[in-house]
Design a protein around this ligand. Structure first.
Ligand code: CUA
Length: 308
């Protein structure tokens, strides 16, 4: 039996067990009815073979069908609400960036600490994974947490959970992604909070994620156009994160992580109203990890920095 090591695990197991029991009951009932009817109505038996009474043929039939419908609707609501709950992370969740590539998992903590194929996490805190692939579709799968999410190139996928038990848990890739798919594994090490902060403090790099982004902002030349007092007319990025941005082709888009990533990789798709589509794409200039750092830097600018 795989341990239940996240808040999600107990919920998923409850749904799974309940569905198994319900299916088991239906299977047993059907088997019993098939055997019973085979015996009673076997050839030559003296069973009644006249039409059913109207009450049984109509009312019982209708109520049985309606009851089954509601049973299925309940199962749908129960499982779906559990899934939807897994999508929207609480605002104070700790953000871990995950970059999948053939064939490894790269993790980065908010303070800039990087790990490959290993992820250390504190017990009892809400963790929000922001995941993207650098090449093909992968799938992040942690059996002990009962979590699985496809990780796609070009867009962020998210998961959130609370790890409940200290321990070491396997990570698998659950989407065939090439030759070494089977060895694209890793482990999540859940520690109690004080061990985790100690672990993190020992490895803290000089710069956190946002500071790494700020350095890149200079190195890639972003500041040349977006910096204060630049000659080229480009939007000032202070406080842009979390705001609703008016677009040149009409409408608005909230400047969340996905928008900021698009603005770097596909700058001419959603141009800000009042500006020309002049910016080149930085898709080949920056890796997904560097884009994560740039986005973290943009999110750290200005008043709405707290909102992802
Ligand atoms: Cu990555 Cu399979």
């Amino acid at each position: 039996m795989i341990p239940e090591a996240s808040t999600e695990a107990a919920r998923v197991d409850a749904i799974f067990v309940a569905l198994c029991i319900a299916s088991g009951i239906v299977v047993m009932l059907l088997l019993a009815l098939i055997m019973g009817f085979s015996l009673v109505y076997r050839r030559g038996s003296k069973a009644k073979r006249k039409p059913l009474r109207a009450l049984v043929a109509r009312e019982v039939e209708i109520s049985w069908t309606v009851a089954t419908l509601f049973a299925f609707l309940f199962a749908f609501w129960w499982a779906t609400s559990a899934q939807i709950n897994g999508l929207k992370a609480p605002a104070n969740a700790m953000e871990i960036h995950v970059v999948a590539k053939q064939w490894m998992w790269k993790f980065q903590h908010p303070n800039g600490t990087r790990e490959i194929n290993e992820l250390h996490l504190p017990q009892g805190s809400a963790i929000r994974l922001i995941m993207i692939s650098q090449d093909v579709i992968h799938s992040f799968y942690v059996p002990a947490f009962r979590l699985k999410q496809d990780v796609l190139p070009g867009r962020y996928a998210e998961l959130w959970f609370v790890a409940t038990e200290p321990g070491i848990y396997r990570v698998h890739c659950a989407e065939f992604c090439g030759t070494d798919h089977a060895s694209m594994t890793g482990r999540i090490i859940v520690m109690n909070r004080s061990d985790y902060s100690q672990w993190l403090a020992q490895r803290a790099p000089q710069n956190d994620l946002a500071a790494q982004g700020e350095l890149l902002f200079g190195r890639l030349g972003c500041a040349g156009c977006h910096g204060a007092g630049s000659v080229v007319r480009a939007p000032d990025l202070t406080g842009v994160a979390g705001r609703n941005v008016p677009l040149a082709h009409g409408g608005f888009r909230r400047a969340d992580g996905a928008y900021l990533r698009d603005a770097i990789v596909l700058p001419n798709r959603d141009v800000v109203a009042g500006y020309a589509a002049e910016m080149p794409s930085y898709q080949d200039e920056a890796s997904e990890e560097e884009i994560n750092a740039l986005v973290a830097y943009l999110q750290s600018l200005g008043v709405e920095a707290a909102q992802p």
